[in-house]
Ligand binder design. Structure first.
Ligand code: NAD
Ligand code: MG
Length: 396
């Protein structure tokens, strides 16, 4: 067998990062860790370095680097420590690296993910915000460099598995009528609309089926996550927004479906555990054990489906509108959402104010074309400023 693949895990201390390292740890003959990155959890990053012995670790700043270097020295490890965005981009593009898990949350992941794309790596994309912000540029960079882009989001990984290998030709030539994007509906699926104003961060982060980071948990509760995923699906699979239909499926067992013109509907099923899409992408086009328990259909007994309720989840409607408008609208939506979710987690705004902020910022900032990374970052910065002005204006 050939040498193990060398993997950089961006966002190693997060939920997706830890699941990735769990799968990698099951296959020492196939994978070795080249680099691990963390942000606020330096002690956890040190523990991961002790287990996975990466050549490089990346932290945000010098104080974190001092702490990590001390811990590494005490553990007798020679791991090199790099800093900040430059360090993230370096480990994403390093010549030694075969595959990069892009699992930083939010816009902070854009530059390193794009660095991996430009370097032509196998890019395992969990950081959906990066693609939502910069879709056209991102996909052009994938085509130009020959990077292999593999979706980690469970829905997109499911769609990827249900499509033929030549899906990049576009949906019509391969006979796809539409993509059916499943959504759990989050913890508030059955809550009356009037109770949503009093939702707490703890309630929003208690997802019924998935254990995830706090930002994506709030996005799931507001259904913004499904909106971001609809935009993500349009870029990954060259679909128009009207070719992607959201289907609420509370059990999260069908991870998404593809509806073909001959009436065939292909679905991918499995227990809700991110190690399945991670193992699928890591080993693609082969299959490896992920540690996920086999699906017990008899225990499950039934699968339910519902239409989404856009009046209760305005974030989904706002995302679909941004997808239709295109240009800078998805980047503005994403940035305003990141500011609003952070403010909600800090208890500065109500859950129901998240869409109010996004709607206002989108209305104030007409969409422009995004033809460079600078233009993407400028749209992102303007939207953050707009959202922060809203917060200041409201005295939050
Ligand atoms: P998380 O909050 O658990 O982890 C985020 C990681 O990003 C951590 O390692 C953190 O250190 C790092 N990070 C945070 N801010 C950073 C910054 N400014 N600079 C550098 N690093 C930073 O989040 P998660 O749930 O693992 O999600 C990661 C990404 O994967 C998100 O884009 C999310 O939408 C996507 N995703 C997650 C899941 C899931 O099940 N958790 C499923 C699908 C997609
Ligand atoms: Mg998902």
């Amino acid at each position: 067998m050939s040498r193990p693949q060398r993997v950089t895990v961006l966002g190693a201390t997060g939920s997706i990062g830890l699941s990735t390292l769990d799968v990698i740890g099951r296959h020492p003959d196939r994978y070795e860790v080249f680099a691990l990155t963390g942000f606020s959890r330096v002690a956890e990053l040190l523990e991961l370095c002790q287990v996975h012995r990466p050549q490089v670790a990346v932290v945000p700043d010098e104080p974190a680097a001092v702490t990590l270097r001390q811990g590494l020295a005490a553990a007798g490890l020679a791991t090199e420590v790099l800093l900040g965005e430059a360090g993230l981009c370096a480990v994403a593009a390093a010549p030694e690296v075969d595959a990069v898990m892009a699992a930083i949350v939010g816009a902070a992941g854009l530059a390193p993910t794009l660095a991996a794309v430009h370097a032509g790596k196998k890019v395992l994309l969990a950081n959906k915000e990066a693609l939502v912000m910069s879709g056209a540029l991102f996909m052009a960079a994938v085509r130009a460099s020959g990077a292999v882009l593999l979706p980690i989001d469970s829905e997109h990984n499911a769609i990827f598995q249900c499509l033929p290998a030549d899906y990049a030709r576009g949906l019509a030539p391969i006979g796809v009528r539409r993509i059916l994007l499943t959504a759990s509906g989050g913890p508030f699926r059955e809550w009356p609309a009037e109770r949503l104003a009093d939702v707490t961060p703890e309630q929003a982060c208690a997802h019924p089926n998935w254990s995830m980071g706090r930002k994506i948990s709030v996005d799931s509760a507001s259904m913004m996550n499904k909106g971001l995923e609809l935009i993500e699906a349009c870029w990954l699979f060259d679909a128009r927004p009207d070719q992607v239909e959201v289907v609420v499926h509370p059990q999260s067992v069908i991870h998404s479906l593809v509806d073909y013109i001959d009436g065939s509907v292909l679905a991918q099923l499995g227990n809700p555990d991110m190690r399945t899409p991670i193992a699928n992408a890591l080993a693609w086009p082969q299959r490896i054990d992920s540690g996920v328990a086999p699906l017990d259909l008899f225990a499950l007994a039934r699968l339910d489906f519902q239409a989404p309720a856009p009046e209760r989840f305005p974030c989904l409607r706002l995302a679909v509108e941004a997808a239709r408008v295109g240009g800078s609208a998805p980047a503005v939506l994403n940035a305003a959402n990141e500011v609003a979710v952070a403010a909600f987690l800090e208890r500065r705004i109500r859950f129901t104010e998240i869409p109010s902020i996004i709607e206002q910022v989108l209305a104030q900032q007409p969409a422009t074309a995004l033809d460079s990374l600078e233009a993407v970052m400028a749209a992102d910065a303007r939207a953050r400023e707009g959202a922060n002005q809203w917060l200041t204006h409201q005295g939050r």
